[in-house]
Design a protein around this ligand. Structure first.
Ligand SMILES: Cc1cc2nc3c(=O)[nH]c(=O)nc-3n(C[C@H](O)[C@H](O)[C@H](O)COP(=O)(O)O)c2cc1C
Length: 197
């Protein structure tokens, strides 16, 4: 299989080839502006989406609401582990408060649609990918993290996630203060073959 040709002109693909997830610990201020956030959401809306169902949405959690979210994260942690240490509680709080921009990513599979559920999940994932790439193309770092808390019904309900929806993860974004370690290279032939009948 063809490996990446270093002489190839990446043109508009360049940002796609260099995106890395950046952990919240490496993110800082300034946060993306409202206008930049709007661009990111529009990039999500441009993802391929069978029958235009838009089986996803995001909830922006502004800085003014982070203490409320931290309280929900702490309660969820204590439900999951009543013996959670002070350090673990502090970490749960930090997951809500650290990132300059925080979006909850919600997937809603339309059960009555002709489009099968797996295609709707693919469409939601494509939107998620577009948004992460858009943050990167704008010069910001971002990462999506789920963790056990995303399976907690009480947390989901407190975030107004309905029974027909799934809290799939949280997108953190901000200015990259410290670059993540170099990405391990992935062999292209793991995903690319040519059919020979
Ligand atoms: C929906 C989703 C949820 C994820 N949740 C977690 C998580 O809870 N913890 C984690 O360490 N990585 C999680 N990841 C993986 C990271 O976001 C990231 O993709 C991974 O660390 C690889 O880094 P890279 O994107 O730079 O290749 C998740 C990825 C996706 C798509």
């Amino acid at each position: 299989m063809t490996s990446l040709d270093s002489n190839a002109e990446p043109a508009g693909v360049g940002a796609l080839l260099t995106r890395r997830s950046v952990s919240p610990k490496r993110l800082g201020w300034p946060a993306p502006s409202d206008a930049q956030l709007a661009l990111v959401i529009h990039a999500g809306l441009r993802a391929p989406d069978h029958a235009g169902l838009t089986p996803w949405r995001v909830i922006h959690i502004p800085m003014a609401r982070r203490d409320d979210l931290a309280q929900l994260f702490v309660l969820e942690k204590q439900r999951r582990n009543p013996l959670a240490s002070a350090e673990e509680i502090a970490r749960a709080r930090e997951h809500a408060t650290r990132a300059p921009t925080l979006l909850a990513f919600i997937v809603r599979v339309h059960a009555d649609a002709l489009v099968p559920a797996h295609e709707q999940w693919l469409a939601a994932g494509a939107a998620l990918g577009n948004m992460l790439n858009a943050f990167h193309a704008l010069g910001f770092g971002a990462i999506v993290l789920s963790g056990d808390r995303c399976a907690d019904n009480r947390l989901a309900t407190a975030l107004d996630v309905s029974d027909e929806e799934r809290l799939a993860g949280f997108i953190s974004a901000g200015t990259v203060l410290q670059l993540p370690p170099a990405a391990p290279s992935k062999p292209v032939d793991r995903v690319w073959s040519t059919w020979r009948a």
